[in-house]
Design a protein around this ligand. Structure first.
Ligand code: NAD
Length: 438
């Protein structure tokens, strides 16, 4: 089977590498020529564990290639996957579908034999229909089916998620397209992965509903965490006790500084807008969007209050910038709001992230970039852990105390134990747990 993937971002690169690993002949196409030149030279533009090796292996095997020339490459494909970005549209929060539609227009004229056009990008209900219209308008004779195949991978564990997913969702009413998609995902059927066939609109809806549900779960435990602080309960134990209930499950039930990343913020907002437009507002999702936004802003205040209410002229060490560990993705990361909040209060921010610094430097100004967590701690009046990278889980606090002006730790991921931190001589502040000082 021959596959073309349009868009070499997180989803396009991972899908391309994994489909070629399944045995398909894959060409990944991106309009960004520099990106393609770099990939061809073996430089993978994103940080995703294991991805560079998988790409190298399949390129060597002759199953995977890259190009910026769409015209020369999509005509031969049995299936064309659209994996371009669908960010929030400026001003109104709807999904910006301009990249999807532009890509579809570009491929339309090259559809010369039966082709399945697959939207892998996260797109609102009804987009498949629009894609079909665009193709018919520019190439009325095109023999194709438009299928929805939303992607559920998580950055940081994307390969595992793609190669061993909980399920694959395929939305189409065409038997021919269903047959081709079934064949493409046969390696997953062999390992008993459920393949759920639905209508196209239903598949589009499943993706948004799933993301909104997970964002709601995170927001729920974040609000419970705030309440725990007020009533002297321990959110870690609450979360454990809730998660042991099979109906609830323990995942996505950890308090933090608010969800970020390239998906949850824009997808919750887009779903809320779709629902409003359909005259059926989703009040829960609207509340989640607003609570999460405020939470990120409030986290800077938490650091300020740990410093006895003022940080003007003080240095704050920030450990972790990406929206979660094992990715370099900074999109909508809580660190963006927290760092800006600290700077607005007069603080000087020294920051370190194991892989996200290059991305962060483009989004944050006035920060002193450090080469290690300990360099960030030098002369700091407090440090704040924003991302729970493994290397922050076993900090040397004796060394930290010698480097810092005052031993204050604000742990926005609850990776340390309050009593251990008190024993280490730190003034410790975390989420949803009362810290009793000695
Ligand atoms: P991304 O921004 O990392 O990459 C998109 C790529 O598409 C860019 O390299 C861009 O240059 C390229 N592109 C845009 N228009 C093009 C065109 N006309 N022709 C060729 N290339 C073009 O995006 P991403 O994070 O991979 O997300 C892609 C889609 O997948 C989004 O809809 C997103 O919501 C969804 N998704 C993302 C994740 C994730 O974790 N990142 C997970 C599931 C679903």
């Amino acid at each position: 089977m021959r596959i073309a993937i349009i868009g070499c971002g997180y989803v396009g690169l991972v899908s391309g590498a994994c489909f070629s690993e399944f045995g398909a002949e894959v060409i990944c196409i991106d309009k960004d020529k520099t990106k393609i030149t770099e990939i061809k030279a073996g430089k993978i533009p994103i940080f995703e564990p294991g991805l560079d090796d998988l790409i190298a292996k399949n390129v060597l095997a002759g199953r995977l290639s890259f190009s910026s020339d769409l015209g020369a490459n999509v005509g031969r494909a049995d299936a064309i996957f659209i994996a371009v970005g669908t960010p929030s549209r400026r001003g109104d929060g709807h999904a910006d579908l301009s990249y999807v539609y532009a890509a579809v227009e570009e491929i339309s004229n090259y559809l010369t034999s039966y082709t399945v056009v697959v939207t892998k990008s996260t797109v609102p209900v009804g987009t498949g229909q629009e894609v079909e219209k665009i193709i018919k308008k520019s190439n009325s004779g095109a023999d194709c089916d438009v299928v929805s195949n939303p992607e559920f991978l998580r950055e940081g564990s994307a390969l595992e998620d793609f190669l061993r997913p909980d399920r694959v969702v395929i939305g189409t009413n065409s038997d021919r397209a269903r047959q081709l998609m079934r064949e493409l995902y046969r390696p997953l059927s062999l390992i008993e992965t459920p393949i759920l066939f639905t209508s196209r609109q239903t598949a589009e809806m499943i993706k948004y509903a799933a993301n909104a549900f997970l964002a709601t779960k995170i927001t729920f435990i974040n609000e419970i965490s705030d309440l725990c602080e007020k009533i002297d309960a321990d959110v870690q134990d609450v979360s454990k006790g809730m998660g042991m209930d099979g109906r609830i499950g323990s995942k996505f039930l950890h308090p933090g500084p608010g969800y970020g990343g390239s998906c949850f913020p824009k997808d919750t907002l887009a779903l809320a807008r779709t629902a409003q437009k359909a005259g059926n507002p989703l009040k829960i999702v609207e509340a989640v969007v607003s609570i999460n936004k405020n939470r990120k802003l409030k986290m800077a205040e938490k650091v300020i209050s740990a410093c006895d209410g003022g940080i003007a002229g003080k240095t704050i060490a920030v450990l972790g910038l990406t929206f979660k560990p094992n990715t370099d993705d900074m999109r909508e990361s809580p660190s963006l709001d927290i760092v800006s909040g600290l700077q607005a209060a007069g603080g000087l921010v020294k920051a370190f992230d194991p892989v996200g610094m290059r991305e962060a430097e483009q989004l944050l100004e006035g920060v002193i970039w450090c080469k290690s967590a300990y360099e960030a701690m030098e002369e700091a009046s407090a440090m704040v852990i924003i991302t729970e990278w493994n290397e922050f889980r076993q900090l040397d606090f004796e060394r930290a105390k010698k480097l810092m002006k005052s031993p204050i730790l604000v742990d926005l991921r609850n990776i340390y134990n309050p009593s251990d931190m008190l024993n280490a001589g730190f003034k410790y502040s975390c989420l949803g747990r009362t810290v009793v000082s000695k």
